[in-house]
Design a protein around this ligand. Sequence first.
Ligand SMILES: [Ca+2]
Ligand SMILES: [Zn+2]
Length: 443
Amino acid sequence: MRRKGFVVVSVLLIPVVVLIPVLAQTTVKGAHAQVTYPPSLETHARNIAQIVDAAWQSYADLYDLPLPQVLQVKITLDPNQRLQLYTDGKDSFFLQLSNERQLLPPNQGGPHNVYGFCHEMGHIVFYHRMKSTTGMPDGIGEGWAHYFGSVIVSHVFEKLGEKAWTPPHNYHESSGVPRLTLQVNNPQYLQRDPVTRAAKMLYDVERKFGKKALGQAINKTLAQQPTGKELVPKFVAALVEVTGDASAAQLVPQEFLQSSVRWRTQNRDITNKDLYRGLQTETQDGLTRLRYDDGVMDGKRSMAGSGHAVIFRKPEGKWQLVGVEIFGSRYGTPQPPQEDFSVYLCDAKFEVLKEFKVPYAKFERGPDKWVKIELPATDMPEFFYLCVGFNPTATKGIYVGYDKNTAGHSRMALPDSHVTDAEGFDWMLRCYLKPSDAARQRG
Ligand SMILES: [Ca+2]
Ligand SMILES: [Zn+2]
């Protein structure tokens, strides 16, 4: 009996002990920072709130660059996670720690934490005012956040000094303008790293035209809500306008003016007919349907920062695309988000021929099923991609089913961004065609 009693007690105790550190989160509020943290990190949470407030003001004072009024910082401590600091690009960033040694300053083996918050805010400065990051050239996202993170962390140091962090240290020397200056003047770094070249671009602009002009050019750029592809070309135009100096454009390396699709695929050339083995052409609902999958799902996936693409070859003759069908389900809030996702029809070079916007509400939560999406009849070339971008996050997205009984025709891809082979499966994504109506086309 005693033994049994003892067992019951331990069963009750264990969950309590395990749950407390996971659930108990406390919040400290600053003027702009709202820091949520496990109780053991109280001191650092207060440090972070003060640093984020100071950095928020530095972005405004030095560059006139606005940030959201309230920035959420979420700190978690869990030995099962790896050290990570990242942002949702809107108004939050996340510091994931696996142990408290990761709060030590850089000269004691820790990461550049103080700089890191200023860096994430640099991402938010851009991303929260952009239409999307699609097509952003390699190096720009990190390079520009690095530039601002470095300048801002030095400015924060002027205001708060060494004691802003526990233990106190000179984060200006370790992680601010001195480090940045060494990097952008190091030929080896410049040669091998687009991030350094992108940081040097802003460094050069600021040295020549000053902080106010740089801030104005960026504000003019972001006021147009650019995509990642448009960001740098619009920045160049704005910079020339703000400075009244056409030669300002020369400070922007050519490599950043075209978006570069990153190809990680065995078959960049999709006009090879051998690639379309396994493509089934059948009649369904009075239309012609193309598919690879066997109708039985073997897994499903949602991918932040990417999309689901499948290559197709149309049958002989003239056809128009009239629909796609996707096997999947929605996750997230019970109510679908009030936004559209994109279906792209792309040519054999993965250039967008047409983008169709489709309401998220097309997909329901619950069991996965076929969802048919009608599209306005559209001509397409012999070889084409259909790509669907759901812009998923942790709280909204679509799981797209895949089939392992077929492979080689699918990619993880987004236009102007990247094309990566989906290895060992094809997305359950079909398309519907109808013979093109020559008479109606003439009319
Ligand atoms: Ca299957
Ligand atoms: Zn970053």
